[in-house]
Design a protein around this ligand. Sequence first.
Ligand SMILES: [Zn+2]
Length: 316
Amino acid sequence: MKKLLRLGLLAGILGMLGVGVWLASRGTGPDRRNLDALVTVGGDAVRDAIHPAIDLTRMSSAEEVRLGQAIDAEIRANLRVGSDPSTEAYLQEVLSLVSAGVRRTDIPYRIAVVQSPEINAFAVAGGRVYVMEGMLKFVQSEAELAALIGHEVSHVDLRHCVERLQFEQQARKIDPGLAALARLGYEIMQRGFSEEQELAADENGALLAGKAFYDPWQAETLFARLLPKEAQQQRRPGRNPVREAVVVLPDAIGRYLATHPPADQRIEAIRRTLNGHPELWRGQRRYVGRSNLMQRRSLTILPDPAEWLTRSAAPS
Ligand SMILES: [Zn+2]
């Protein structure tokens, strides 16, 4: 009965969204922004309706790592991945510090740079994190970078990446073989996660950075600058006009499953989390690392004594 109710709800929302999308595509109904709002409203309800109906069998970490290697090959075949060895070594050091506090200790975390001006980063199943060059320029301290890496690592540590992949595979009835899964992993990697998962990754990421001796409040400064920018990037008109016109419907469906919580809600969640964990910062010496970021020398190598701070209260 509950299942029926769920399916009814799902059908209703899909119908409602279908009409909205159709009207929007004809230019007679809600404009694209209203459509986005509609999708956001529908998002959680649709996800809740679908999610329990699909039974995800838990993939072992070994299987997930193997899958991650295949997704990595797919990513490298499609995007320009790689940077100078000193930048790569630097990022790997920061990643090692941040991932020291994870729950899933059997996942080998790796990080790579994608040669793209986009201000973006993402993680895929199996523990691989990719940071776009644009994002590397955007972060202003090693502690901000640590918060960003912490966020991405958390999507793996909290199993968001692998569950998302399994969910899409089952919902879209895609061949569960390694090659098809790797292609799917590449296809979905740049989509966000659910609101709940994004908030969980923000919170867990800030805690991971704090545990690694970084000033965890830099997560707040990073997201306060980043989130308005992200919203702007998503709204940028005519980024790919053909795709915009043709793929409105699948795009909207993708967004049922990936709705971004508003920026202020995310900042608030980070503040709440850090205020709940004063042992990670209050009265503790914590690292910021502005100059060391520029020199690509991590906290582990000659950190500048001027780069540490001790907070007695949360920043206002
Ligand atoms: Zn995320």
